[in-house]
Each structure stands twice: as structure tokens, then as C-alpha cells.
Design a protein around this ligand. Structure first.
Ligand code: GLY
Length: 368
């Protein structure tokens, strides 16, 4: 088991990573239970697979779970579901000093965290992420949001959880494709800031995907450590530090937009392709050797993720893809910051990227 502290003035908290945390009688969850019932938000899948284990954990402290269960998928990150959730929490009499629990993936965490940021001007919440992507990324760092007709994650708040319990045992029921999507965010930490961890991923990526317990726990805890460091340095993404976590996301966003943000391309799969493109584009600009870009592509491909956008069967041009980027929420005063590489393990923010050249580069990648 690893305990990683996210250091934030007045709002520090622990992320606990390990197998079987929900079954552990010493669970740190105990410190956040002050009434006989606690509100728990889950989707139908996380409730089905992990609801009993959480109820048993709460029962040891004489606490019952009061469930709010959503439909699985991004549809739950809507004004309608948020309103229902907030009204429900108020009807339960949730107070500012109470905690609510988010049991599920990134959708459940984002929705619950945003509701918690509003109820009584901000009540506490505990994240129990049950997908690999949520364990290594979205449950840590306090970004919460819903989607609106203008786009994804455009309305939200920074609201830090009080505790994150990342029980790697909950990943045993996760579909294989989602393991791959989560792994993209793991190898990202190596590519953007830790060459030694990248080399470890080159060697051990398939073991993580196969859920070998030691490799999985190591990968999740190293990822959380990296994220905790970055969030502590730049909680609100104002200093070009947290922005590095967007490596692969600008190219990936264009691919997700082109595929309709659908199950045809999961977010993590788009990020994986986006990181290959960011590495190849860094090589095109002369920042890294082409061989390093192909090393990134090979490591990502070894984990079973796609590395060539030509294999997606897209019917668009490079210009079409680059136009999607201009609607990215990362646009800043008319420029789009790109996260590029100075070397594997050293990413930086480039605000001078020529979009015409990006379109030409994407045309070449689409025709490969
Ligand atoms: N997922 C990117 C961030 O938390 O900043």
C-alpha cells in the first residue's frame, strides 16, 4: 500500500493506493464518517460491482450508504443530473462538514465533485475511483465539471477531495479496452517528466495492462506521485506546470471531436494517439530525434494501443482536424498552447505553433 500526500495549503489530502483497501478494517474512510448514513454517488456498473464491498466497509463503522445511482456514460455529466443530485443531497440534509462519496470512474467523480463544490458552498467528498484512468488522473487534483451544449468540461470548479482511495482490486472487473485507455495516462507521466519511469513502462507496460498486482500498484502509485507533485506546484493551471498534463490532449481532442466523442475512440485511446503525434511533431520541429518519437510510439503500441491515425479510417483532412483544435478549451487569447517534447521525460508548452504546419503534418499522418 502507498500513501501519497497532495500538498496544498489548507487543503492537503492523502491518496491511498493498494489492493483490497475497501476490505481493510483500518480503512482511512473511517475519518470521514460522522453520521449514521452517508450519501454515495455511483453509476449502475460501479454500484453493481463494488457497491456491496463499500456497504460492508461502511457497515463496520455502523454507517449505512444512501445511494444516488446514475446511468453509465458521459450523459450523467449534465445540468439535469447535476440538479437532481444537488437537490437530493439537500433533501438528505447534507451539511458543509459532511462528506459524500464518489464511487466510480471519471464521470462519477467529476459530477460528484462539482455537486460537492456547490452544496452549502462546498461540502467534503471522498473519491473512490474504480477505473484505471480515474485512479491515475481524474480523481486527483480537484478538477470537477459537467458537459454542456458548448462542449465537454466547460462548466466546473476546482474542488479538492478530502481523501482518494484507489483500490487497485476494483480494476479486476474493468474491460480490457479501458485498461489500455487508463494506461495511456500512466505512460504520459513518464513521457512528460520522468525518463526513468518511461523506461520502466517500456519494460512493464503489458504487465500493467494484464493487471499483475505489483506492476499495477507501482504504476498507479508512481502516476499519482507525479500528478500530486504537479498539482501541488500549480493547482489552478496558471503557471505552465499543470498544463503539461495535457500532453497528447490537443491532438487527441481533435480526434475525439472527429469521431463524435463516442465509444469508437475512448478518451485515453485518443490521448495515446495524441502523444504519438505530439512526439512526431516535436521531431518535425527538430526538438527531438525522430528515433525518440518512434520510441514513444513503440512503447504505446506495445501496450496494445493504436499509434497510427491512418488506421482510424477518418474521412477528414489535416485542416479539418486542426480546425477542431481551435475549439479546444485550452485556447488562450487566440493561441493554442501545444505540449511538445525537448526529450523523453521533458515536456514544455509551445505557444508559437503554426496551425498551417500542424495541418500539413496531420495530412501526412493521415496518408501514412
Ligand atoms: N487531467 C488533467 C489535470 O488534472 O490537470
Amino acid at each position: 500500500m502507498a500513501v501519497i500526500r497532495v500538498e496544498l495549503a489548507g487543503r492537503s489530502y492523502d491518496v491511498v493506493v493498494g489492493k483490497g483497501l475497501l476490505d481493510n478494517p483500518q480503512t482511512p474512510l473511517a475519518g470521514y464518517l460522522r453520521k449514521q448514513e452517508i450519501a454515495v454517488v455511483a453509476d449502475r456498473n460501479s454500484h453493481q460491482f463494488h457497491g456491496e464491498a463499500l456497504e460492508a466497509a461502511l457497515d463496520r463503522f455502523g454507517v449505512g450508504a444512501n445511494w444516488f445511482i446514475t446511468e453509465p456514460g458521459e450523459g450523467a455529466k449534465s445540468w439535469e443530473v447535476l440538479e437532481k443530485l444537488v437537490e437530493w443531497l439537500l433533501s438528505l440534509g447534507v451539511e458543509r462538514g459532511d462528506h459524500i462519496i464518489a464511487l466510480g470512474g471519471g464521470v462519477v467523480g467529476d459530477l460528484t465533485g462539482f455537486a460537492a463544490s456547490m452544496v452549502k458552498r462546498g461540502c467534503g467528498f471522498v473519491q473512490i475511483p474504480t477505473t484505471l484512468l480515474a485512479q491515475v488522473d481524474s480523481s486527483v487534483g480537484g478538477k470537477t465539471a459537467i458537459n454542456t451544449s458548448a462542449g465537454k468540461n466547460l462548466v466546473g470548479a476546482f474542488h479538492q477531495p478530502s481523501l482518494v482511495l484507489a483500490d487497485t482490486g476494483t480494476l479486476s472487473t474493468l474491460p480490457a479496452r479501458e485498461m489500455g485507455a487508463g494506461y495511456a495516462e500512466i505512460i504520459k507521466y513518464g513521457i512528460l517528466g520522468d525518463a526513468a519511469f518511461f523506461a520502466w513502462c517500456e519494460e512493464n507496460g503489458p504487465k500493467v495492462i494484464d493487471r499483475e498486482p505489483e506492476a499495477l500498484e507501482y504504476a498507479v502509485s508512481e502516476s499519482v506521485k507525479a500528478k500530486a507533485r504537479i498539482v501541488a506546484e500549480d493547482e489552478r493551471e496558471t503557471a505552465d506546470r499543470r498544463a503539461l498534463l495535457n500532453l497528447g490532449h490537443t491532438f487527441g481532442h481533435a480526434l475525439e471531436a472527429e469521431t463524435g466523442f463516442s465509444a469508437n475512440l475512448l478518451h485515453g485511446e485518443a490521448v495515446a494517439l495524441g502523444m504519438v503525434l505530439a512526439a512526431r511533431y516535436s521531431a518535425r520541429l527538430g526538438y527531438i530525434p525522430a528515433s525518440d518519437a518512434e520510441r514513444v510510439a513503440k512503447a504505446i503500441g506495445n501496450a496494445g494501443l493504436q499509434t497510427e491515425i491512418s488506421s482510424l479510417g477518418l474521412k477528414c483532412t489535416g485542416h479539418g482536424l486542426s480546425s477542431h483544435m481551435m475549439h479546444d478549451k485550452k485556447m488562450d487569447a487566440g493561441t493554442l498552447p501545444f505540449i511538445l517534447l525537448r526529450s523523453i521525460g521533458d515536456a514544455f508548452v509551445d505557444r508559437q505553433v503554426d496551425m498551417g504546419d500542424v495541418a500539413a503534418f496531420l495530412d501526412e499522418e493521415l496518408r501514412k
